[in-house]
Design a protein around this ligand. Structure first.
Ligand code: SDX
Length: 435
């Protein structure tokens, strides 16, 4: 169901008055369509963080930040984490429906056949310093895929979207595991045809010729849940980067590389690693109240990482599921993480404080996810790479939707506040370079 132009908004400025159509989305949210504004009035709108601006029509994900609702193609995440695996959700995001048994089988085959990166790409790993952050390596390696997998023009990729999706989410999963193995100086472990997507990733991460890795079903289940919860989130910073870069007809791999780079920021996907660093600092200091005061102090750059969200003004529904799974998983594996206790005390203190309540600052998806990754044995510098792995199908789905809607190249306007015309006397009388 497309948005309907149901009303009009009238903009009046002095003796200027213009009617603008108002469109209504399928969940009732409304937007003033300003596509004709400059043509009619020479006016532009100003919205630096784009927090009040809808950049596109989309059918992929719906978020209601006031009610804590998150649905992929209309299905609530609470249902998806109970009923299906990450691979099904990847298919759902790209195709709009969950796969039939046959579609699931064919997609799984594609994921298997596309799980090996070009063997020549393995030499790239030898060129990175050991301490290179996995997100920087992944962004580089994915960009290089355009050289190894030609025919990357948008049309051919959209016509073979399942192969393009499989290549992106399967090869990048292998790359991420290889990045980890290289960082610890261990031989890489290749994907296996007999393992599921998540079991394969865990095996590539933790199996070793001298210490076979025991794949635990509860860990595979948990990884599926974490990847599902991070798979898409409508027009977040990195997805917007994908749409903007993709609008210039840049190939899919370079577009995904831009998404990886945007996600790596500590205000975005990099927050899950920053949360653990923050919790460890609070644990060592011992005074939770001191850090609550620091977070409230405008003169202090410290913020509660994993808290707050541009859209959610109540508890992030993903954080609620992750917290629940965190408590259960740590009990199942008899693992006690003191940082979980710090996180609980920090959350309790913040949610009792008017500063956070008044600003609608609640735990977001990143607040507890790092504690789970730690319990699974995933190192902190890989946390954001896990987020990227999960977000890949979301990015592919938005790229496909953007290409399919024949979006024009994204080129916003500005309000210029710089100097007026500068005359010749601004130049020094004698140009020292000409002496
Ligand atoms: C993700 O967009 C998405 O959907 C992203 C994401 C996804 O799935 O793609 O959900 C994933 O990126 C989650 C967010 C991860 N980032 C963090 O946890 C970093 C810490 N959070 C903040 O930096 C902040 O809350 C943001 C960046 C998440 C949102 O910032 P906004 O919407 O721009 O809000 P703001 O910075 O204007 O803050 C509004 C007020 C300010 O105080 P006042 O000026 O009104 O007095 O709230 C305060 C801020 O100082 N504030 C915080 C705070 N977050 C906001 N104060 C202390 N600690 C915080 N974490």
């Amino acid at each position: 169901m497309a948005a309907t132009a149901s009303d009009t908004a009238t903009l009046t400025l002095g003796d200027l008055s213009v009617n603008l159509p108002v469109v209504t989305g399928s969940e009732g949210e409304q937007a003033v369509d300003i596509t004709s504004l400059r043509e009619k009035t020479k006016l532009v709108t100003l919205d630096p963080g784009l927090g009040n601006t809808a950049s596109c029509f989309s059918k992929i994900t719906y978020i209601d930040g006031e009610r804590g609702i998150l649905r992929y193609r209309g299905i609530p995440i609470e249902t998806l984490v109970e009923k299906v695996m990450f691979v099904d959700v990847a298919y759902l995001l790209v195709h709009g429906t969950l796969p039939t048994a046959e579609e699931r089988h064919n997609f799984s085959q594609l994921l298997n056949f596309n799980s090996l990166m070009h063997e020549d790409m393995r030499h790239f790993f030898d060129l990175f310093p050991h301490e290179a952050h996995p997100m920087h390596i992944l962004a580089t390696m994915i960009n290089a895929m355009a050289a190894f997998y030609p025919n990357v023009d948008s049309q051919s990729l959209v016509e073979n979207i399942d192969r393009a999706t499989a290549r992106v989410i399967s090869i990048v999963r292998t790359m991420a595991a290889f990045v980890y193995k290289k960082s610890i100086g261990e031989p890489v472990v290749y994907p296996r045809h007999d393992l599921s997507y998540c079991a394969n990733f865990l095996n590539m991460m933790f199996d070793s010729p001298v210490k076979p890795y025991q794949i635990r079903p509860e860990t595979v289940r948990l990884l599926n849940i974490l990847l599902i919860l991070h798979a898409d989130h409508e027009q977040n910073c990195s997805t917007t980067a994908v749409r903007v870069i993709g609008s210039a007809q840049v190939n899919l791999y370079a577009t995904i590389s831009a998404g990886i780079s945007a996600l790596s920021g500590p205000l975005h996907g990099g927050a899950n690693q920053a949360v653990i660093e923050m919790l460890r600092m609070i644990q060592q200091d011992g005074d939770v109240g001191k850090f609550i005061r620091k977070a409230k102090d405008k003169d202090d750059p410290f913020r509660l990482m994993g808290f707050g969200h541009r859209v959610y003004k109540i508890y992030d529904p993903r954080a609620a599921i992750i917290r629940r799974e965190c408590e259960a998983y740590l009990k199942t594996i008899h693992y006690c993480d003191p940082l979980l206790d710090v996180a609980r005390r920090l959350e309790d203190a913040a949610l009792a404080d008017s500063y956070f309540i008044d600003r609608h600052l609640y735990p977001n998806v990143d607040f507890y996810s790092g504690i789970l990754y730690r319990a699974m044995g995933i190192p902190e510098n890989m946390f954001t790479a896990m987020f990227a792995l999960a977000r890949l199908p979301g990015w592919v789905a938005h790229w496909q939707e953007m290409i399919g809607s024949r979006t024009k190249i994204v080129r916003p306007r500005q309000v210029y506040i710089g100097k007026g015309l500068q005359t010749a006397d601004v130049f020094p009388s004698k140009n020292p370079l000409l002496i």
